[in-house]
Design a protein around this ligand. Structure first.
Ligand SMILES: *Cc1c(COP(=O)(O)O)cnc(C)c1O
Length: 357
């Protein structure tokens, strides 16, 4: 009989902060594929590069791993409503898990900076959506304020339950590979996921399951790179809206993860992100949203500087599905809109158009 994946809480019950009394709100998140990417390995001169394809989660991003924990615990505490600030994926996830739990969700999004696919998810799952006149960082301050003073439970990644759920990504990588990779590379916004993977690897290391914790390499977009400039950025700008964050909520956790893992933070341009977004679609066969290509773009940049150790095994988390922010795929390298060509029903003509004749 085929094994049905039961979601991260049931699969990792003993390794998460839950008890028999915790209600389990799950949509079957986790258990995502670790996909061999030979074209990317060749590009960066590594032995192996594998993509942890988080777009395969129920709402299309890794946020579901943390949201199953956060919403389950919130319901366990009697919450009737959850709130989050979001660049899009957190709200999609919060709305879906709240729907599954039969409670309300409130999402605060920055004005005009949310991808349509993600907004449609929050609407579909019947979240109460408010567009705040400010950026993500302003939305988070507001959400924290409301959660502190009103009967609504905060499910942003400042909630430790989120990090706790997201650490399962590292457990799955170790189980799939049988060892820890040399490097783990991923995009960084609030740095919750970066911190969560480190926590997961560290727990595996302390349990004696792996011999070393991978070096954690986190990449931001140049216009929104507080970790590389060393302080919060007031007006972050990038096309990679999921990581358009100037004041990362998990600043301290991420700094200690970087130090303990002998890792690094780096930044890439929007053009480098979009180039890698296209490369992953065209050469690897994995369609991700632009933000999600930021880790791989950083890895490529490092390889060009001769910084990728030969013979290494590298895991890159690609964080969200390409359909969430599909508009970018419909533009060519020069930024022009791509339209399918119209043809007649004549086979000879079609063959000629396709260059087959
Ligand atoms: C949330 C998100 C990120 C950033 O993750 P942090 O934990 O905020 O660093 C990156 N990519 C996608 C697609 C996301 O949804």
């Amino acid at each position: 009989m085929a094994h049905q994946w039961r979601g991260v809480i049931r699969e990792y019950f003993d390794r998460l902060d839950v008890t028999k009394d915790t209600p389990i709100i799950t949509l079957g998140e986790g258990g995502t594929p670790l996909v061999e990417a030979p074209a990317l390995a060749k590009l960066v001169g590594a032995d192996r590069v594998l993509l942890k394809v988080e777009g395969m989660n129920p709402t299309g991003s890794f946020k579901d791993r943390g949201m199953t924990m956060a919403v389950s615990k919130a319901v366990g505490h009697g919450a009737k409503a959850v709130i989050c600030a979001s660049t899009g994926n957190t709200s999609a996830s919060a709305a879906a898990y709240a729907a599954a739990a039969g409670i309300k969700s409130v999402v605060l999004i920055p004005e005009g900076k949310i991808a349509l696919g993600k907004l449609s998810q929050a609407v579909a799952h019947k979240a109460q959506i408010l567009q705040v006149q400010g950026n993500f960082d302003d939305c988070l301050i507001l959400a924290r304020d409301l959660a502190e003073n009103y009967a609504v439970h905060l499910v942003n990644s400042v909630n430790p339950d989120r990090i706790e759920g997201q650490k399962t990504g590292a457990f799955e990588v170790v189980e799939a590979l049988g060892f820890a990779p040399d490097l783990h590379v991923l995009p960084v916004g609030n740095a919750g996921n970066y911190s969560a993977y480190f926590k997961g690897y560290l727990e595996d290391f302390n349990a004696g399951t792996i011999k070393q914790v991978p070096k954690m390499w986190g990449y931001q977009a140049e216009g929104s790179a507080p970790f590389t400039v060393g302080h919060p950025v007031a007006n972050p700008e990038t096309i990679a809206t999921a990581i358009r964050i100037g004041n990362p909520a998990s600043w301290d956790l991420a700094q200690s993860a970087r130090e303990c893992s002998d890792g690094r933070f780096g930044a890439v341009t929007d053009a480098e992100i979009l180039w890698m977004h296209r490369f992953l679609s065209q050469e690897v066969g994995v369609f991700v949203e632009p933000s999600s290509a930021t880790g791989a773009a950083g890895l490529f940049k490092a390889s060009k500087a001769g910084e990728v150790p030969a013979g290494s095994t590298i895991v890159v988390t690609v964080t969200g599905h390409g359909l969430k922010d599909a508009a970018w795929a419909l533009k060519d390298e020069a930024g022009n809109q791509i339209e399918p060509q119209s043809v007649s029903k004549n086979a000879a003509e079609v063959a000629e158009r396709l260059g087959l004749a």
